[in-house]
Write a new protein. Structure first.
Length: 242
């Protein structure tokens, strides 16, 4: 039976929902983030605010929330020519992938997360990758996650479980999941406490924009991450009003 988990936690909507999911399921949960020279570096500050607010607003989860880790992965930024690691416009490439794709990013994240989980005695690695509402990144696919789980378990001689709670749901359903998870601990508030926290404190915008506040949170409002988040929030809100 699995009782411990390590969550890949960037401080965005998806990883915060995954963290809440892990806290609702496991007895001890730690978090890890990676500094790879990302253009939206502000997310590394936002994630600390999210952790602080989670501890303050959800005491039952705070008791389970363990150490946070930040790993330097600057080499990834050095070998990547993408709009997430360079000051270039977001665009589609001839390959059919957007230039926000950072080759090898999730593969390196999972490898280092597994090494950390090995050292910390953590059994499950939770990541917010998704194949339903995504930009076509090949390292977010379910097949990739299954292959990584097998490779890491064999290579470290320890059976890891890579859990992907968002894999088969769209962004509207991700908002719904955060609502339902929050409702477990905040029934009087109708489950809005976690949604409100995500809106106010998480960061998802690729351009690192936090001067504009929208109904769904802060961001430029026009990059692919903002558009996806806004569309999902509108669908979530419309479904709740019916």
């Amino acid at each position: 039976m699995h009782t411990t988990a390590l969550v890949l936690f960037s401080g965005g909507q998806d990883s915060t929902t995954c963290l809440a999911y892990a806290l609702s399921k496991y007895d001890r949960v730690e978090t890890v983030a990676f500094d790879y020279g990302q253009r939206h570096h502000i997310e590394l500050d936002a994630r600390l605010n999210v952790l602080r607010e989670l501890r303050a607003r959800f005491p039952a989860w705070a008791a389970k929330l363990g150490q946070d880790h930040l790993l330097d992965l600057a080499v990834l930024g050095e070998v990547s020519e993408t709009s997430l690691t360079r000051d270039t416009a977001i665009a589609m490439e001839a390959s059919g992938l957007p230039n926000t794709f950072v080759p090898g990013r999730n593969l390196m994240f999972l490898t280092l997360a597994a090494a950390l989980a090995y050292r910390r005695g953590l059994q499950v690695i939770v990541t917010g990758v998704c194949e339903t509402d995504f930009s076509g990144y090949p390292d977010c696919r379910d097949d990739t996650m299954k292959a990584m789980q097998l490779a890491l378990s064999l290579g470290m001689d320890r059976r890891f479980l890579i859990e992907t709670p968002l894999m088969w749901i769209d962004k509207a359903a991700t908002w719904r999941l955060s609502h339902d998870l929050g409702e477990q601990l905040d029934s009087h508030g109708g489950g809005t406490a976690l949604v409100d926290l995500i809106v106010e404190h998480t960061h998802t915008c690729y351009l690192g924009e936090r001067s504009q506040r929208h109904a769904w949170g802060y961001g430029c409002g026009s990059c692919p991450a903002c558009e996806l988040r806004a569309k999902g929030f509108a669908a979530f809100r419309d479904a709740g009003s019916r």
